[in-house]
Design a protein around this ligand. Structure first.
Ligand SMILES: C[S@@+](CC[C@H](N)C(=O)[O-])C[C@H]1O[C@@H](n2cnc3c(N)ncnc32)[C@H](O)[C@@H]1O
Length: 306
């Protein structure tokens, strides 16, 4: 990769002073970063780099306007560092995780001054596997392949998040009961945080453009307005009944015992509220699911979920 780097970067790589492509804003230009890195994003490696300055600038603003503590921002999938640069400007410290060894090497070179100052740590590795640092917030343009697993690695950390997802995923995450988008993802994400879609982002904001539209989600951690005895069972129960979201809850509970691990699903149906058993999963609120999961755990002989 370094052999492909342009003259723009030559002679600047002494690590002493941060690069500034746009003196008026002080920000690095995303296209110049791509040229200096000498890369084209590889969609097979979830590489779609943000090249729209306005979207890049707004991502940390979504956190700042919610008074999020940006003293240590975690960025997952830092790419060529266009967002990293904005996060360094908005916050005090950034830890940037990047799986691609060439991009991680580029980041270490491009941001040598910030690394020397102790403001940036580049972690080379898979964000699903590396140990996460203590962070106060995460602002990330996530790789879409593992975005669900990444979201559910971050949400239990109970920190504010501003994350770019595929638009459909974002809308399902933030959906309310009774809407078409409401489902397992809405309830499981809502277990940890309030989620709101703050901006749809068109394909053209990325290089190369992804196949689908994107959207930014901001999550604000909070405790749920219900209690569950066993969180793992609650999650397994949701997974089970939402595989049959168009069936009544009565049938969904009965038909999915192999997923939820319930030994006696009929006992749950008999003990549960009649109206609730006649409802469809897409209309059941998180609190109602929690009550039902608690009941199921008590009377349904739970075993090992799938
Ligand atoms: C959508 S791009 C975003 C890049 C950059 N943040 C931007 O906005 O231009 C996702 C980045 O995540 C990296 N990536 C893909 N899978 C990853 C994983 N499992 N862990 C860490 N980084 C990953 C890719 O190499 C790519 O640089």
């Amino acid at each position: 990769m370094n052999g492909e780097r342009t003259r723009e970067s030559e002679g600047e790589s002494n690590g002493a002073t941060p690069r500034r492509d746009a003196p008026e804003t002080g920000a690095r230009d995303p296209d110049a970063l791509l040229r200096r890195a000498g890369v084209r994003g590889d969609p097979n490696r979830d590489q779609h780099f943000l090249v729209d300055d306005r979207v890049l600038d707004r991502l940390p603003e979504y956190a700042a306007e919610a008074n999020v503590d940006l003293s240590h921002v975690l960025e997952i999938g830092a790419g060529t560092g266009a967002l990293t640069d904005r996060l360094l400007a908005a916050g005090e410290r950034v830890t940037a995780i990047e799986r691609d060894p060439d991009l991680a090497a580029f980041l270490r070179d491009e941001f040598a001054a910030e690394i020397d100052d102790g403001r940036l740590t580049v972690v080379e590795g898979d964000a699903l596997e590396v140990e996460l640092p203590e962070f106060t917030a995460s602002v990330s343009n996530l790789p879409y392949g593992p975005s669900s697993e990444l979201a559910f690695r971050l949400l239990p950390e109970k920190r504010p998040l501003v994350l770019m997802f595929q638009r459909e995923f974002a809308e399902r995450m933030a959906a309310e009961p009774g809407t078409d988008d409401y489902g397992r993802l809405s309830v499981t994400a809502g277990h940890y945080a309030d989620a709101e879609v703050v901006e749809p982002v068109p394909k053209e904001a990325f290089s190369p453009p992804p196949a689908v539209q994107s959207a930014v989600v901001r999550t604000t951690p909070r405790d749920p307005d219900y209690e569950v005895d066993d969180e793992d069972f609650f999650m397994a129960f949701l997974k089970a009944v939402f595989t049959q979201r168009r069936k009544t809850m009565r049938n969904a509970v009965r038909n999915t015992a192999h997923i939820s691990g319930l030994g006696d699903p009929d006992a749950v149906v008999e003990a549960a509220d009649e109206d609730l058993m006649s409802a469809r999963a897409g209309n059941v609120t998180p609190a109602e699911f929690a009550d039902l999961a608690t009941l199921a755990y008590e009377v349904g002989e739970p075993g090992d979920p799938q």
